[in-house]
Write a protein that binds this ligand. Structure first.
Ligand code: SAM
Length: 349
């Protein structure tokens, strides 16, 4: 087994069967070995840095009905909001003053935000904060829309594939289909975004074969970023009686992703931090190197409840992150934090 891990470390590649073999046979000591290999790989490429992003949850309106998500269309208990352009720019300005150089705009698939509105918003953000990287996490749109946003200045795009098993994907996302999700991801890549894919750990029907399929999907797509988080059931969704996804398994998947895609930027996700007090430290020790802190106005934070007891850290809590990172030998980095394959000048050009 150690041999298979060594092969993965050296070649950054394994077959689906070998990945299943690892997942079926990982004991504590091999797991620690895996984490060490993943951490070494991160440090070799990015150093001992944690890249900091500011997250702005601009709307909790959503036309989709994902079975696990607290802001799904059919959840009538959600107090819906959308931020005005002014509120968005003011929140980003607050983050900019603290020193943030990456903004992530995330929301439900809110049709109010037409292509025209997004394009104009991106242009304004880039004009006001020219040295900042703009990341969109706004769901599925056409090639033309993605291209327009990219031309307006959007640098990165997060769109988790959620689960790479077609049948399970289609069951969990009524009215959506995996083929379209996949096309969106390949379109984003073709357009030139630093794109992020990723998946949930602990979905009903999941097994090690499905987890290995997620890894193979990522290996083939080769995204610049990968977000992996445990499922946290929300009481107002059809998955309310499911178990919380395992933190340990999430971290194992994070470390395998690091070894398959050494240059990926891999966040230690809010969901992992929500279910695990030392999630940040454990994630850093296993190949993670990004943290997102919340820039949303305080009055909307509780309303963006995609899962129960969501624990986002406020953008001002940098000191806490700094301390926690330091305890495991990492330092925070407030730069743009581009993927190494997309590095540009510090002035953003
Ligand atoms: N609408 C955009 C999209 O589809 O990419 C972004 C917003 S969506 C709410 C962001 C992520 O939240 C999803 O990719 C999903 O993995 C995660 N999420 C939603 N519900 C969750 C839950 N109950 N537990 C853990 N993560 C969840």
């Amino acid at each position: 087994m150690k041999k298979v891990l060594d092969k993965l470390y050296k070649t950054n590649s394994l077959s689906k069967d070998q990945l299943i073999y690892i997942l079926n046979n990982l004991d504590k000591s091999l797991q620690n070995y895996l984490f060490q290999l993943a951490r070494d790989t991160t440090i070799k490429i990015y150093g001992n840095k944690v890249f900091i992003r500011g997250l702005l949850e601009y709307s909790n309106h959503c036309k989709n009905n994902c079975m696990y998500c607290g802001i799904r269309r059919d959840n009538k208990n959600v107090d819906r909001y959308r931020l005005s352009e002014e509120e968005i720019l003011l929140s980003l300005e607050e983050g900019y003053k603290i020193g943030y150089k990456t903004f992530v705009l995330q929301g439900g698939e809110d049709l109010y935000f037409t292509d025209d509105i997004f394009e104009s918003l991106i242009l304004k953000i880039k004009k006001q904060f020219p040295d900042v990287a703009v990341t969109l996490s706004i769901g599925e749109r056409s090639y033309e829309s993605y291209d327009r946003f990219h031309r307006a200045g959007a640098d990165r795009f997060l769109l988790r594939h959620e689960v790479a098993n077609v049948q399970l994907y289609n069951e969990l996302h009524p009215g959506m289909n995996f083929e379209n999700r996949k096309n969106c991801l390949y379109n984003l890549k073709k357009i030139g975004y630093q794109e992020g894919a990723g998946f949930l750990v602990g979905l009903p029907g999941e097994n090690n074969e499905i987890l290995a399929e997620n890894l193979i999907f990522l290996k083939n797509l080769a995204p610049a970023m990968v977000g992996i988080g445990p499922l946290i059931p929300h009481p107002d969704t059809p998955l309310k009686d499911e178990k919380v996804g395992s933190a340990e398994k999430t971290i194992v998947m994070l470390s395998l992703t690091r070894l398959l895609l050494p240059t990926a930027l891999i966040p230690i996700t809010t969901a992992l931090n929500t279910i695990c007090e030392d999630g940040l430290e454990r994630g850093l020790m296993a190949g993670g190197n990004v943290v997102m802190l919340n820039l949303s106005p305080i009055y909307v934070r509780k309303k963006y409840e995609i899962y129960k007891n969501k624990e986002t850290r406020d953008a001002h809590e940098l000191k806490t992150i700094e301390e926690k990172a330091k305890n495991v030998g990492f330092v925070i980095d407030m730069g743009r934090g581009d993927n190494i394959n997309f590095r540009r000048n510090e002035d953003g050009k």
